[in-house]
Design a protein around this ligand. Sequence first.
Ligand code: ATP
Length: 281
Amino acid sequence: MSTDKILFDRVSKTFPVRAHRRGSAGAVTALDQVTLGVRPGEFLVVVGPSGCGKSTLLDLLGGLTRPTAGQVLVDGRPVTGPGLDRGIVFQQYALLPWRTAAGNVAFGLEAKGVPRAERADLIGYHLDLVGLRGFADRYPHELSGGMKQRVAIARSLAYDPDVLLMDEPFAALDAQTRDSLQDELVRIWARTGKTIVFITHGIDEAVHLGQRVAVLTSRPGRLKQVIDIDLGDRDAVEDVRSTDAFRHHRHEIWTLLRDEVRAAQAAEGTGVRHPEEARVG
Ligand SMILES: Nc1ncnc2c1ncn2[C@@H]1O[C@H](COP(=O)(O)OP(=O)(O)OP(=O)(O)O)[C@@H](O)[C@H]1O
């Protein structure tokens, strides 16, 4: 019996592609035979070249789409659709603009049928958790990008999912806000004990957040390598990003991704710099 909280069991996903003017209809294989387990309470980050299937992997786990082959298991049970056991935070905040911060956090609680009296406590607790005490009555257009993403995180945590799925949640934020939200997320993860699966393009972000980092190959996405991240005692240093351990892991992942980008270029035969190369460089 597996002790994994989440298991991608030989998961493949193929999308049909419409016919071009003179070509015939075909299919694009986004993921090919991915097997990957996530332990209970683990923070797993997934990185890979652009278009390698990272979002597809998360959508499968969120139950937003179904695998073509293989299965995705949560607590040993196949995922058959979305569920309140899995909270999702997307890159775009996806807040309801007509609801305040508190109203947005209330949304998932209402969906779960939490009684009104309990809701207020949970909303206050979670806005506090993401550092937004005092902003409960603000509407999304009155909040900065970082604050909106904090509300989205609070909303996802408030209905107490076992698993938090995050698809490049900080990609649209400026570097400073991103850094501080990364620190906060690590703190929130330590405090809540949630299992987190986090997708990113950013190598630094992956090293900073992940206990393990799964590197995918270029399309079709296959599992290339899983790296254990060991940064020692994070609290013992002022800037964990400047430590030798951080640099070592950054280089390790950078090398894996660079090889993938090169392989993708060779396959395409374009010689054009892949946008991702700039990002991993
Ligand atoms: N609904 C769909 N229909 C057809 N093709 C799709 C669909 N969704 C994704 N794809 C294709 O599957 C592949 C993987 O897409 P996906 O968005 O999962 O990659 P990604 O790694 O998240 O990309 P990026 O890093 O650029 O966000 C891409 O080639 C994409 O064009």
